[in-house]
Design a protein around this ligand. Sequence first.
Ligand SMILES: Cc1cc2nc3c(=O)[nH]c(=O)nc-3n(C[C@H](O)[C@H](O)[C@H](O)COP(=O)(O)OP(=O)(O)OC[C@H]3O[C@@H](n4cnc5c(N)ncnc54)[C@H](O)[C@@H]3O)c2cc1C
Length: 413
Amino acid sequence: MRIAVIGNGIVGTATAAWLQREGHYVTFIDPLGPAEATSFGNAGSLSPSACLPVGMPGMWKKVPTWLLDPLGPLTVRWWYAPVVAPWLMRFLRHSTRDEVIRIATALRNLLGPIFDCYEPLLQRAGAMGLMTRSGCLYVYSGQDAAKQWSWGMNLRRSLGVDLRDVSEDELVTLEPDLKGRFRFGILAPENGSTVDPAAFTRALYAQCERDGAQAVRRRATGFQTAGGLVTGVTLEDGETLDCEGVVLAGGAWSAQLASHLGARIPLETQRGYHVTVESSNLSLRHTVMAVEHNIMANPMQMGLRIAGSVEFAGLNAEPDYRRADVLLTRAQDMFPHLDTSRTTKWMGHRPCLPDSLPVIGRAPGVDNAWFAFGHGHVGMCGAATTGREIAALVAGRRPEVDLTAFSPRRFGR
Ligand SMILES: Cc1cc2nc3c(=O)[nH]c(=O)nc-3n(C[C@H](O)[C@H](O)[C@H](O)COP(=O)(O)OP(=O)(O)OC[C@H]3O[C@@H](n4cnc5c(N)ncnc54)[C@H](O)[C@@H]3O)c2cc1C
């Protein structure tokens, strides 16, 4: 089948690669090159353990503080508050214990096969070296602090995530750079990471091209349909690209195109920031999640990447790089000896649904259009499984992961 894949971030690229394995002909449609949007600068964590939603029980109590602290870990720019308020209400409704258990179960199913789904793609692309399996360390100032997050950790454990308590002495042996600041840790040995998310995505994309994928460097603006099927994708210059099927993987920008297919998807962007410390003198071996600092530190090819922060301000507002500066300050607090003489900063748009679950499945009422977007904080983690399952749906096979919780129909038409 000739399939148009809209979006060449990690989700579109991994999906295209899986479609090609089934013999389909892929054309990417994207005004940008591969991994120039959100898939460029993320924290690169590939974590089967990352199954907890963003909205956790009791979070509603923090809403007033979010609104008041413009540089806090989770903030809403005041002028955007009326726009995002209905979305935030839905988001909070999904943060009850029962909902969190349901969401975490679904995400665990999606993220469990990360490595099984990436490995064949990376091997074919000759890019296995871009992925590591060195584990993730959740670190805390002490065991008492860790207790505050124990409900979520126990939920992970109940879903089969391997998590091991790490004493202060073991922590220093595992990561000497953490000495002094952290007295307790939890090791997720199954977790992996990429040493460069952009290079990772581009390596898979380059293999798609070697396997015959074409690229149209233009924005998609709508669809041509006949008899309830998509027959083409309309482009910004008015031209149409004929196709026999389409996958919408446009990240945070997908909702408008989805609406052209009759689907109302409440997609919001949670803007996130990174600082990459190119001059890093640390020798971290794990991805480190400093839970109280709310940041992730990941050693990468180009330096130490510190990422985090959630900002609601829509798709068009300028980045507020003071938020990246806050990440750097927190990193300096974690690692007082870190050489921060050379840094770069970046902001990206996480594509988020109020239930923290992506949309994976056939577009409601259109037999040859599939949605693959909304992966929020776990797009690197979830892209390859998404691709495998979309390829199964296209082939009319039953997917290996139960996709009910990810259905595009869950928001109505
Ligand atoms: C600070 C930060 C840290 C993160 N850390 C992690 C992490 O450690 N692990 C993890 O798993 N995830 C992480 N994420 C999330 C992850 O980066 C995203 O979920 C993922 O990159 C989304 O990929 P995507 O392919 O859906 O979107 P994108 O990479 O944004 O790609 C979407 C593409 O669609 C194109 N597009 C949009 N509209 C159109 C249109 N109309 N026509 C044609 N093309 C269009 C865009 O140009 C773009 O190229 C992080 C995100 C941030 C911001």
